[in-house]
Design a protein around this ligand. Structure first.
Ligand code: MHO
Length: 211
């Protein structure tokens, strides 16, 4: 999908980052996803040595198509924010990193709304500093279980970087994990701002994938 100025970015920690990337990748209005390490202070973290960072998913989305409320409801409805016995400590911290006042306020407002009459959500809210992308084998992890899908996508997105930035790859990662079906995706794609040839090429690619 085209870049646009209204695009927003948020960074969320909700346990192992593989599933959240597929969950949000399936959502109309989410433009791209990637996973990485954030929230800590360790320099140049990696999966094997992430120091005090947290596994996070970074989303770019179009606020005209999906709201903070919708995204954060998905966030709290799809993980347990209470860390039982310190399991994996900061690696699996329930975490929301805000980039500006608008985000800090939205996160706090939606958190109190979700807590209303129930228990306090044990999610840390902190200012965003740096996002360190994870190794490519962790990006679109579930999609990569389907080599034929990746091979076909590589004809449209020849480099790993293009594949990681692709909205189509984000959606198909959601399909691979079972968060979205192809029919819904094909319907949504009718509204994507693409040229007719590009749209046809993408739709035909989807039909040819052997899952
Ligand atoms: N392999 C781990 C999770 C990996 S996730 C990137 C497990 O299934 O426990 O943290």
């Amino acid at each position: 999908m085209k870049e646009n100025n209204a695009e927003k970015t948020i960074t969320l920690g909700m346990g192992c980052y593989w599933s959240p990337e597929a969950l949000f990748g399936a959502v109309p209005g989410v433009i791209r996803t990637r996973v990485g390490f954030a929230g800590g202070t360790t320099d140049e973290p990696s999966y094997r040595s992430m120091g005090d960072h947290t596994e996070t998913v970074e989303l770019q989305f179009d606020p005209a198509l999906v709201s903070y409320d919708e995204l954060l409801e998905l966030f709290w409805n799809n993980h347990n924010p209470y860390n039982i016995n310190g399991y994996k400590d900061s690696q699996y911290q329930s975490l929301l990193l805000y980039r500006d006042n608008e985000q800090a306020e939205a996160f706090r407002r939606i958190k109190s709304r979700m807590e209303d009459g129930k228990s306090i959500l044990d999610t840390e809210l902190s200012p965003f500093r740096t996002f360190y992308p994870a190794e490519s084998r962790h990006q679109k992890y579930y999609l990569k279980r389907f080599p034929d899908a990746v091979e076909k996508l590589m004809s449209l997105y020849p480099s790993e970087e293009e594949l990681e930035r692709s909205t189509l790859a984000a959606r198909l990662n959601g399909v691979a994990k079972g968060f979205l079906n192809l029919e819904r995706l094909q319907n949504e794609m009718k509204g994507w701002p693409l040229g007719e040839n590009e749209r046809k090429e993408m739709l035909s690619l989807i039909r040819q994938i052997r899952w």
